[in-house]
Design a protein around this ligand. Sequence first.
Ligand code: ASP
Length: 329
Amino acid sequence: MNKRVFCAALCALTMALPVCAATPTALVIHGGAGTINRDALTAEREQAIRAALDRALDAGHAVLAAGGPALDAVAAVVVVLEDSPYFNAGKGAVFNAEGVNELDSAIMDGSTQRAGAVAGVHRVRNPVLLARAVMEQSPHVMLVGDGAEAFASAIGMALVEPAWFRTEERWQQLQDAKARASAQVALPRSYYFGTVGAVALDSNGHIAAATSTGGMTNKRWGRVGDAPIIGAGTWADAGCGVSATGWGEFFIRLHVAADICARMAYRGDTLTAAAESVVLQRLPAMGGDGGVIAIDGQGNIAMPFNTAGMYRAWIKPDGSRGTAVYANP
Ligand code: ASP
């Protein structure tokens, strides 16, 4: 067992040991930002969502506590959330205008700035794993649609029936969204709420980020949001990592995730200052809404959002953990 793995194992047993101080790990995850209708979010549903976030956090933390890479940790988190019907990613994703679940995802390794992304896939159970495969098993960064699925088959990834992703709630949201579209009534944010993401700092000081989404309900024409766009919804470099959620068009135009990290690298902003000025000032000034989760090389965490709520959970370097939905947890 090498020193780092030994130390990480000790850290998992007790955070009080001084040996742990040199190798802090941190993990922050989100399950989407938006208008959370307090009436629709029953106590049972909120509990189930928090439990899913906790399971995802545990999956990522297990990797980090064993000395594993941030990249594995964020993938482990996102797989759990993609498989949960409560989030707009994988199973439970929103439907596009043709009544199809059309999924986008990206992953980025901050230590190498390698990245992988997929957009518009219909039969990939865990798009984050395909995004990672694009990064690790192809010479490309981003694959879309049928080509991405052909690549998945070529590397032996099993494809699922589109019915795997379907939930009745999302189907009803599509029917309602179509009715609202013909009546020219705006769509509530809750209709595409639930994008998922994770950012981790591992015991080697490496940061990784991943994001996965079904995008926006009733989307047309192959619309792709920010989640799979490297630098917009997903970014990681040597000192900072970000995963975003919100109105994707604005996150793309503002290059939100990379902008936050660039402010730290070029201007010496703290993580909190950088994340807050982008999410609480630049984004709303342009008319966009949403939030981000972010981590820096010291394990500081930022989770600003300019919406009523953002499902989120974290484990800090001191081992403290939590889940929250509204501005006040
Ligand atoms: N950012 C996602 C998109 O625009 C949606 C969301 O996070 O709610 O596709």
